[in-house]
Design a protein around this ligand. Structure first.
Ligand code: CTP
Length: 408
């Protein structure tokens, strides 16, 4: 967990900084908001105070702020200075070393990496003065999140609007990536989402999995330097950008895709809610209704995780670390323990899907990570935080049992 200073300057996109702040917190970081005078005209500091649960810094002249020379103290504590939106005025001040408010003084005082998300009218952005300031800052190692194109608040259509909050958050997280993970250079395969088992041309049997947990795991593994293959069932939320994404629909399709990709994987995480049963026959056309009840005959799908555990091993130290999930209603840990032994896998992540805020189709989860050596409870937290805890355990297993240097 790191402390990030989120600078908010006076652009119409200032309201989007609220979402940026939430995204950073969801990833497990602490945020201190620093607002310029004009930013406070667009969004009230109270909004940021409520979200960050910290006083918002709006001026270096606030009584008490100089007892420990606040901009110097914060400059030392932060792991990243992020400014979103960053106006042409603030860009200019940063480029020329002007320190006439808290944010511009913080820029000079900190040695933390700096990320700016410029936002302004397209003519201002194209102006030589602004372009030159961007070059100066980039030359100094400052990173930029490119402004997007589209409808601008001034009524123009063009380049200059603040990048989407998710893009700003992901650029910030990349800059905070932990430097040395045993996952760096390893191949991680993650499955996510539900599978849909077709009954006829228009109907299917599915489940409520959103894919969020698997997506969070794939993104976190990528952040730790792994080459990630994501195999995802049908989901309505966007997957993270990883090395390779394969879309599948049914359990059978997921089985083939996983078996093919697992050959070269160092870790396989089965976060998908794979259907245990599929329709015994699939009608080509839509089945018309008839009087009376209808019987649907289902047959078992192949158990992907169990099949992975049965794969003939390459060298013992090179078999992939296998991770499964156990969605249970009640007695989750005991059932997960039994499932881990039965399926012969390294880790089972148990969750009680009947607990509030845990399981399917919610942004949070509460799990117990069960391995042979230990059981770790992770209290209710964002799925991003839970993903970090799971990958920490996977790193422990990799370090203990698969110490061979990964093939490049
Ligand atoms: N899984 C799989 N292939 C299947 C079904 C499930 O690989 N056909 C994986 C899931 O991705 C998950 C784990 O196996 O990682 C779930 O184990 P499973 O024994 O199928 O549990 P549930 O279906 O949740 O419950 P139960 O069998 O206890 O009814």
């Amino acid at each position: 967990m790191a402390l990030i200073a989120l600078g908010v300057t006076g652009g119409i996109g200032a309201y989007k900084a609220v979402e940026v702040c939430r995204g950073l917190q969801k990833a497990g970081h602490d945020v201190v908001a620093v607002m310029t005078r004009s930013a406070a005209r667009f969004v009230g500091p109270v909004t940021f105070e409520a979200i960050t649960r910290r006083p918002v810094i709006t001026s270096q002249w606030r009584p008490g702020a100089n007892a420990d020379i606040e901009h110097i103290a914060i400059a030392d504590e932060i792991a990243l200075l992020l400014v979103a939106p960053c106006t042409a005025n603030t860009l200019g001040k940063f480029a020329s070393g002007i320190a006439d408010d808290f944010l511009s003084s913080l820029y000079l005082a900190t040695r933390a990496p700096v990320l700016l998300a410029p936002a302004m009218n397209s003519n201002m952005l194209a102006h030589d003065a602004v372009q030159q300031n961007l070059r100066v800052l980039t030359g100094r190692g400052v990173r930029m999140v490119e402004p997007g194109e589209g409808y601008l608040a001034c009524g123009w259509i063009g380049k200059g609007r603040l990048a989407e909050p998710a893009e700003v958050v992901s650029a910030a997280l990349d800059m905070l990536a932990p430097p040395a993970s045993i996952l760096r250079g390893r191949r991680v395969l993650v499955t996510a989402g539900p599978t849909y088992e077709d009954i006829d041309a228009v109907r299917y049997v599915g489940n409520r999995s959103s894919g969020r947990m698997g997506f969070a795991l794939a993104d976190e593994a990528r952040r730790r330097g792994a080459t990630v293959t994501l195999i995802a069932g049908p989901t309505s939320i966007e997957p993270p950008v990883v090395a390779e994404t394969v879309r599948v629909r049914s359990a059978r399709e997921m089985h083939s895709a996983v078996m093919a990709a697992a050959q070269s994987a160092d870790v396989v995480i089965m976060a998908a809610a794979v259907a245990d049963y599929t329709a015994a026959t699939r009608a080509e056309d839509k089945i018309p209704k008839s009087e009376g009840p209808m019987t649907l005959v289902l047959e078992r799908t192949p158990d992907i995780l169990a099949d992975l555990a049965r794969l003939p091993s390459r060298a013992a130290s090179a078999t992939p670390v296998l991770v499964g999930f156990a969605a249970e209603t009640g007695n989750a840990v005991a059932k997960a323990r039994a499932k881990r032994t039965r399926k012969n896998v390294d880790l089972i992540v148990a969750n009680d899907v009947s607990a509030p805020g845990a399981g399917f189709d919610v942004p949070t989860n509460e799990v117990t990570i069960v391995s042979e050596a230990r059981e770790q409870h992770v209290a209710l937290a964002s799925k991003e935080r839970v993903a970090q805890a799971i990958l920490d355990q996977i790193e422990i297993i990799l370090t203990r049992t698969r110490t061979a240097v990964p093939a490049s």
